[in-house]
Design a protein around this ligand. Structure first.
Ligand code: N01
Length: 531
């Protein structure tokens, strides 16, 4: 057994937030454990063909260093995974972060020692670290969800998950392919698989709303303009609910005539700004009728693009509001179904039953396949924390405490788990905001908290169940004011059979979230217990 090492801070995860945390905490004795063999988190693991960010890259980039944001150039408006991975590696080198990162070394077990107010952290490679603080930058979408269909071992071909795509890539040319899942990932993947496959079967349980991404080569005038105004733009981003500078309407749908509505929706559809469609009217996420106007607009688009009417009909989402699941952003997804080598299979009416020796069997038929790609999403938001065996005060385990769904004051700290702070934890804005910016903001908040605890010679910070209750009320009140709760998705843990969670995302917008966090700290650390 290795001897214990001592650090001030352990960071879990070397994704975008974890890397920035390493930089922010550089004056402390800090170490970062990362499960992957490289840095980048989401952008390390999700290297499936077509993986691309859906926020413009001038926005989806670090803001903490002026030279970095001036010197880096993105080749496309919405960067693809290889470019994001190149960027994050550049950041790791430029800010000399690598010597404090231990790769391929996931944290497996953590125990809080109440006598010393220290965490004992144990890793996959047998490291034992004793530290004062743990900052969990474990990611909201980092544990792949693979439904437990039987027969996996029988299948003679290859089964891949989009979130664990082989680093060396894989040649899919001429293969009989099956793709399961039609969320954001599946929608990016399908057009590329279709180009390579002999035949592609796409197994769909729930159709998705999607709009064209508007990706194109970087417009250098746009880049110059951003670089000249970066600090002002970044400030403005922080004042917008989604932390992205899209144009938000303040006018309700009912204020417009039918032809004005169609004109506005058409403008948004062709705007080359992903997500613009959801901001056309002020009441899209609060008024079902308005929502239906927009949903119907997208259904008409699907029917206009997809030539076979039965396929088009199956691709039209009809039983949940648009935006209630994260809107997907595509590069020719619906057009893919006009190819002769693509077949859509409805696995809602005839669910997937098992893998077989030669492919996949649904309740209705067997499909012969060489490769099956599961684009089945994630054990989102809580999965990365509950897969670590975390013991807090009195030996209570986090996975037990969260058995019926996560609790956390401000989405940051869990009562009974002192000195442990989460970035992108449950009950934070997550994908309802721009995750890179929110991650940076939260790391700064945690940095300020730790600096102040050290300055004032505290040994422990915790929160209370009462404070967790206040935050739960805030989160629930907000979700009840919107239409998000009317879809089954990873936002409410309903993407995985049997998972309990309640509504796990903060939909009150980033400015309100940030204000409530700042007010709690300024108000004598309201909701926290320092000792
Ligand atoms: O995962 P998902 P994702 N039988 O959960 C299906 C971010 N992201 O990886 O809808 C059959 O959305 C499931 O069906 P259903 C983004 O925030 C961003 O696609 O549950 N099918 C669904 O179709 C996004 O929201 C980017 O009925 C099953 C699919 O698998 C989040 O990641 C790109 C099934 C999973 O969709 C997650 O997206 C990619 C079963 N048993 C992802 N279980 C960009 O930046 C699941 N499915 C662009």
């Amino acid at each position: 057994m290795k001897t214990a090492e001592y650090f001030d801070i352990v960071i879990i995860g070397a994704g975008f937030s974890g890397l920035y945390a390493l930089h922010r905490f550089r004056d402390y004795d800090v170490v970062c454990f990362e499960a992957g063999a490289g840095v980048g988190g989401t952008w390390y693991w999700n290297r499936y063909p077509g993986a691309r960010v859906d926020i413009p890259s001038m926005e989806y980039s670090y803001s903490f260093n002026e030279d970095l944001q001036q010197e880096w150039s993105w080749p496309e408006m919405f960067s693809a995974q290889p470019e994001l991975e190149r960027y994050v590696n550049h950041v790791a080198d430029r800010f000399e972060l690598r010597d404090r990162i231990r790769l391929s070394n996931a944290v497996k077990h953590m125990r809080f020692d109440e006598g010393t107010d220290r965490w004992h952290v144990h890793t996959a490679k047998g490291d034992h670290v004793i530290c004062k603080y743990v900052v969990a930058a474990t990611g909201a979408l980092s544990v792949p969800n693979a439904p437990p269909w039987p027969g996996r071992e029988k299948f003679k071909g290859e089964i891949l998950h989009t979130a664990a795509w082989p680093e060396e890539g894989i040649d899919l040319t001429g293969k009989r392919m099956g793709q399961i899942g039609t969320g954001s990932t599946g929608i990016q993947l399908a057009p590329i698989l279709a180009e390579q496959a002999e035949h592609l079967h796409i197994f769909q349980r729930t159709p998705a709303f999607s709009m064209p991404s508007g990706n194109r080569p970087m417009d250098f005038e746009h880049e110059r303009e951003w670089k000249e105004n970066y600090s002002e733009r970044r400030q403005k981003m922080m004042q917008t609910p989604g932390v992205s500078l899209l144009e938000r309407s303040s006018v309700a749908c009912s204020e417009y005539t039918e032809s004005q509505r169609q004109e506005l929706l058409e403008e948004a559809w062709t705007s080359q700004s992903a997500f613009q469609l959801l901001l056309t009217f002020s009441d899209i996420m609060t008024n079902r009728e308005t929502n239906e106007v927009v949903a119907d607009f997208v259904r008409q688009k699907i029917r206009a693009i997809v030539k076979d009417p039965a396929t088009a009909d199956l691709l039209c989402p009809k039983d949940y509001p648009i935006g209630a699941k994260r809107l997907c952003i595509d590069n020719g997804y619906f057009q893919t179904f006009n190819r002769p080598n693509v077949t859509l299979v409805d696995v809602k009416s005839a669910p997937i039953a098992e893998f077989t020796e030669n492919g996949l069997r649904t309740a209705e038929a067997e499909y012969e396949l060489d490769v099956i790609v599961t684009a089945t999403g994630f054990d989102a938001i809580t999965g990365a924390m509950t897969q670590i065996d975390i013991e807090g005060v009195g030996g209570r385990k986090l996975m037990d405490k969260w058995a019926d769904g996560p609790t956390a004051w401000l989405g940051l700290m869990v009562a009974g788990f002192p000195n442990l702070m989460m970035i992108h934890g449950p009950l934070t804005p997550g994908a309802q905001a721009q995750m890179l910016m929110v991650g940076e903001w939260q790391v700064n908040l945690v940095g300020d908290i730790i600096d102040s605890l050290e300055r004032d010679h505290y040994s422990r910070i915790d929160t209370s169940e009462e404070a967790e209750g206040w935050w739960a009320e805030e989160v629930n009140m907000l979700s009840h004011n919107t239409l998000h709760r009317f879809a089954n998705s990873w936002y409410n843990a309903k993407n995985i059979e049997g998972k309990k969670g309640g509504f796990m995302i903060y939909v009150g917008g980033f400015p309100r979230f940030a204000r409530l966090n700042n007010e709690a700290i300024a108000d004598g650390f309201r909701g926290f217990i320092r000792s």
